[in-house]
Ligand binder design. Structure first.
Ligand SMILES: Cc1cc2nc3c(=O)[nH]c(=O)nc-3n(C[C@H](O)[C@H](O)[C@H](O)COP(=O)(O)OP(=O)(O)OC[C@H]3O[C@@H](n4cnc5c(N)ncnc54)[C@H](O)[C@@H]3O)c2cc1C
Length: 471
């Protein structure tokens, strides 16, 4: 068993201790970095197990991720962590196949070169059949549009609409990027939600005319055969055995005699010199309401979306339906009626999900402002999502088993002004409770790469905060 690297002695003469609140991937990674730096660290987790949004369930005897499902290999961080944890032998590459976009005229392929950073090649967009002739013409005018003013925070969908036209935003950006964030691309911030795209637009006058780097070789997406929760399990196992306390919800944070006191639901207290708050923002807001009301107020305004994931096991013959055989999944624009937001054809996409007895499909529903999937009972939700999937793909078989996992108020909405709001919360926190760092998806965005970056930043912040500053 690999352990986190042996701790180095603390850089200051005085030992410090840190509590990490929340044992999702962010909290556990921050704890690993702090432990490596020689700081005694205690991780407090409300649930009985670690992992947060990295969670799997059993459907028809097969495990299936119902939270994060894959790693986007172009984004830095997750692959390196997987290797560091000794999990690289467990990596599985996604099959290259079509991702479908649902349109009013049936399924169309997501054009090659269309990534969360917008379209980078015109020809595949034109050939995809997703746009009308007028929409294609408008998209082709992008090089003539004035450069993006990246000093101003704008909504990513609004800016891409200004560059490529409304159809590109409605029919491609909305299902892809809006689907990933379960959000409205006309409110999500270009700089906060899509920093790579913002960086491209700052460097290039036109996305279509820019000289593209050579295409990356290797798979675009990977996962772990045991499920993504293997990452958080390994992170937890590689911490010192007394560093982790599950079933320990934190109820209060106080400052007492220059130290930070963390009080848990059981009434026990832990005095520390630093805290990484890696919980959902609404929990952080509650914990900070007393000691840093200004920070708490800002965190309370950060919007989230609720999503539901349903794992469906169909008879094996479902894999022969052409749309399912030839595609890894489908995305549905928010402009189309219905509940279905996206589907992943797991048995086509991942080799380890190809089973003789069943075809596994994962479907999801729920976006910012649309809570319908939270209120339907499980049977109705499954029936409705199955019906919409059947209509979209031509599937005529009924599922043999289904599992529903709801994620209420989970997907962060990094809306225009996010970075300003976050800076205000951090300034208030620095004034009221120095030594407390915010980390995780609510602040950095939902991708695992962003979570890991935020964990590293929080750990570095605490390592460079003098304990005296806490007084
Ligand atoms: C359905 C779904 C699909 C996704 N798919 C992908 C994907 O394919 N790829 C990708 O990169 N990302 C994906 N994401 C996003 C990604 O999973 C998350 O952004 C990431 O896991 C968040 O990690 P975190 O540690 O910041 O937060 P969380 O995982 O939410 O962890 C927070 C932890 O804090 C704990 N906690 C809460 N309150 C308290 C308290 N009072 N005291 C102590 N502990 C507390 C919680 O129990 C939880 O364990 C997906 C998310 C969802 C919901």
């Amino acid at each position: 068993m690999l352990r986190a690297k042996a701790p180095r002695p603390p850089r200051t003469g005085r030992p410090r201790s840190v509590a990490v609140i929340g044992a999702g991937i962010t909290g556990l990674t921050a704890a690993r970095r702090l432990h490596e730096a020689g700081l005694p660290v205690t991780v407090l987790e409300a649930a009985q197990q670690v992992g947060g949004q990295l969670e799997a369930v059993q459907v028809a005897g097969h495990h299936l991720d119902v939270g994060a499902e894959s790693v986007f290999t172009a984004a830095p961080g997750p692959l390196e962590l997987i290797e560091e944890l000794g999990l690289d032998d467990d990596l599985v590459a996604a099959q290259r196949a079509t991702t479908w976009i649902r349109t009013r005229r049936g399924l169309r392929p997501l054009p090659a070169g269309f990534t969360p950073a917008g379209p980078s090649r015109l020809l595949p967009v034109l050939r995809s059949g997703v746009l009308s002739p007028l929409g294609m013409l408008r998209a082709g005018l992008e090089p003539l549009m004035p450069a993006t003013d990246t000093d101003r925070d704008v909504a990513v969908g609004v800016e891409l609409q200004r560059r490529f036209g409304r159809e590109v935003t409605d029919r491609l950006v909305d299902p892809l990027l809006g689907g990933l964030h379960a959000g409205d691309v006309r409110t999500l911030s270009l700089s906060a939600a899509t920093p790579q795209l913002a960086a491209l637009l700052a460097r290039h006058r036109s996305l279509l005319l820019r000289r593209r780097p050579p295409s990356r070789t290797g798979p675009a997406f990977v996962t772990l055969e045991q499920g993504m929760g293997a990452i958080t399990r390994a992170l937890a196992e590689q911490l010192p055995s007394d560093a982790l306390r599950c079933s320990t919800p934190v109820e209060q944070i106080r400052r007492v005699d220059g130290r930070l006191v963390v009080e848990t639901a059981g009434g026990s207290e832990l005095a520390v010199d630093g805290i990484v708050l890696a919980t959902p923002a609404r929990v952080a807001a509650r914990l900070l309401a007393g000691p840093s009301p200004d920070a708490a107020e800002v965190l309370g305004t950060l919007r989230t979306a609720s999503v539901a994931v349903v794992g469906l096991a169909y008879p094996a013959a479902a894999a022969e339906v052409p749309a399912i055989r030839e595609g890894t999944g489908l995305l549905v624009p928010s402009t189309l009626p219905g509940l279905l937001k996206a589907a992943t054809f797991l048995s086509t996409k991942w080799p380890h999900h190809r089973h003789e007895d069943v075809t596994l499909i994962r479907v999801s529903a729920g976006r910012a402002g649309d809570e319908r999937a939270m209120h339907l009972d499980d049977d109705t939700l499954v029936d409705q999502l199955h019906a919409e999937l059947s209509l979209a793909t031509g599937l005529t078989l009924a599922p043999q088993a289904a599992v529903v996992r709801r994620w209420p108020h989970t997907m962060p909405q990094l809306e225009v002004g996010h970075q300003r709001r976050l800076a205000a919360a951090r300034t208030a926190l620095e004034r009221d409770l120095p030594g407390v760092a915010l980390a995780g998806a609510p602040y950095a965005g939902p991708g695992l790469s962003a979570c890991l970056r935020s964990a590293a930043e929080a750990a570095t912040h605490l390592m460079t905060t003098r304990p005296e500053a806490i007084r």
